[in-house]
Design a protein around this ligand. Structure first.
Ligand code: S3P
Length: 434
């Protein structure tokens, strides 16, 4: 599907973003290996999270939806209750599904094979195969290229003390989940703290998890032995989805948007810090706890932005928001430098390449580097035909970019937004004044 986006006069109104993708995945996975039912409200029914559900259905887990509230009910079968799947587990486009489920599967008494779409088949799995191998797991890349398909076979697991070379929540979570099945404590340390939803949520399920700062960095640990018990989870709105309205309101003059119920876990709010440094106006209202995570309403007003430099300390907490930050930078005065973000090269697409290509087509001055990009803001942008490259975050970032450009923009394969935000274009439309 192609989507045409015409420039907006203003962005105005109130919007509620769908549930957080990272938290939705985890709620299903942890619910599946907990004893008893887990009830998940505001679960994100996007393609990625549905991939997680379908994998666990193949592993013998039953799901229901409460017809009145829409709450998703996971009928957990306990740490050792999963069944051998009769076919390949298809993780679709989802890196989170692939990497986290690998940690769980490494601890099972049956074999399984994981595979995914063309994008996931290119994404690096060595980063989980290495620590899982150190734990004694039997995990092989069937094609020998350290990508999926992966075959995971039963093997006893030992606890490890792992210094993660990348600040990746997917790697950390994979190792911690395998740690639930190990014979002793497992620790993962990272130099910059990646999103900590796994640690927070596993604690809510009754697992023996702990987090602390050590001289080596941020350590998360899990002690095996305790079973997980089913629980209630309310998923806060996804700040990675709110990011598109935040950006739209900032760059379209005369705009004001209230984005309701946004998760503001500090390991996810790097974009807010970047926007603050750029001079953008936003306010966090009614800060509260939502399902063990902090949430707030986010009020944003259009602002004149200026360029900034960002690096290692901020990147992990805004890794999925770099494409939309690049859009903000293109509309800002002065130069924005993004460095230490080589991880962008191994996302759903090489986002250094796809962001650069898309923004250049609209007239932006942007230069890629090995680990980021440099954007000279302030060049007038014009509508163009943009290829999403089937990357949801590129499609949505460029839709936002189009709102403040001259003339209409066509986004090719725009429906890939459904990976994380199925109703994105209609929700965006509801805020646009032309
Ligand atoms: C995620 C972690 C991040 C992020 C991804 C979701 C998660 O990936 O990019 O969209 O839910 O753990 P990495 O952990 O690989 O950085």
């Amino acid at each position: 599907m192609n989507q045409i986006i015409s420039p907006a006069r203003h962005i105005k109104g109130i919007i509620r973003v769908p549930g957080d993708k990272s938290i939705s995945h985890r709620a299903v996975m942890f619910g599946a290996i907990a004893d008893g039912d887990t009830r998940i409200s505001n679960f994100l029914r996007s393609a990625d999270c549905l991939s997680t559900i379908s994998c666990f259905q193949k592993l013998g887990i039953a799901f229901d939806t409460d017809p009145e509230t829409g709450t998703l009910i996971v009928h957990g079968r306990g740490l050792r209750g999963l069944c051998e799947p009769s076919s390949v587990l298809d993780t679709g486009n989802s890196g989170t599904t692939t990497r986290l489920i690998s940690g769980i599967l490494a601890g099972q008494s049956f074999s399984s094979v994981l595979d995914g779409d063309a994008s996931i088949r290119k994404r690096p799995m060595k980063r989980i195969m290495t620590p899982l191998g150190l734990m004694g797991a039997d995990i092989v890349s069937v094609s020998g290229n350290d990508c999926v398909p992966l075959r995971i076979s039963p093997a006893p697991l030992n606890g490890i003390d792992y210094q993660s070379p990348t600040a990746s929540a997917q790697v950390k979570s994979c190792v911690l989940l395998a740690g639930l099945y190990a014979d002793s404590k497992t620790c993962v340390t990272e130099t910059v703290l990646s999103r900590n939803h796994t640690e927070l949520m596993l604690a809510g399920f009754g697992a023996g998890v702990a987090s602390r700062k050590t001289p080596k960095g941020y350590e998360a640990s899990v002690s095996p032995g305790s079973s997980l018990h089913g629980t209630y989870i309310t998923v806060p709105g996804d700040i990675s989805s709110a990011a598109y309205y935040l950006a739209a309101a900032l760059i379209v003059p005369g705009s004001e948007v209230l984005i309701q119920n946004v998760g503001i876990n500090p390991t996810r709010t790097g974009l807010l810090e970047a926007v603050r440094r750029m001079g953008g106006e936003f306010h966090l209202l009614d800060r509260r706890m939502e399902g063990g995570e902090e949430a707030a309403d986010l009020l944003v007003r259009s602002s004149s932005l200026h360029g900034i430099e960002i690096g290692a300390e901020l990147i992990p907490s805004m890794i999925d928001e770099i494409p939309v930050l690049a859009v903000l930078a293109a509309y800002a005065e002065g130069t924005t430098v993004i460095r230490d973000a080589a991880e962008l090269r191994v996302k759903e697409t090489d986002r250094i390449k796809t962001t650069t290509r898309a923004l250049r087509r609209m007239g932006a001055k942007i230069t890629p580097s090995s680990d980021g990009m440099v954007i000279e803001g302030g060049a007038p942008l014009h509508g163009a035909a943009i290829d999403s490259c089937l990357d949801h975050r590129i499609a949505m970032s460029m839709a936002v970019c189009a709102l403040a450009a001259e003339g209409p923009t066509t986004i090719k394969d725009a429906d890939c937004a459904g990976i994380s935000y199925p109703s994105f274009y209609s929700d965006l439309e509801s805020l646009i004044q032309r």
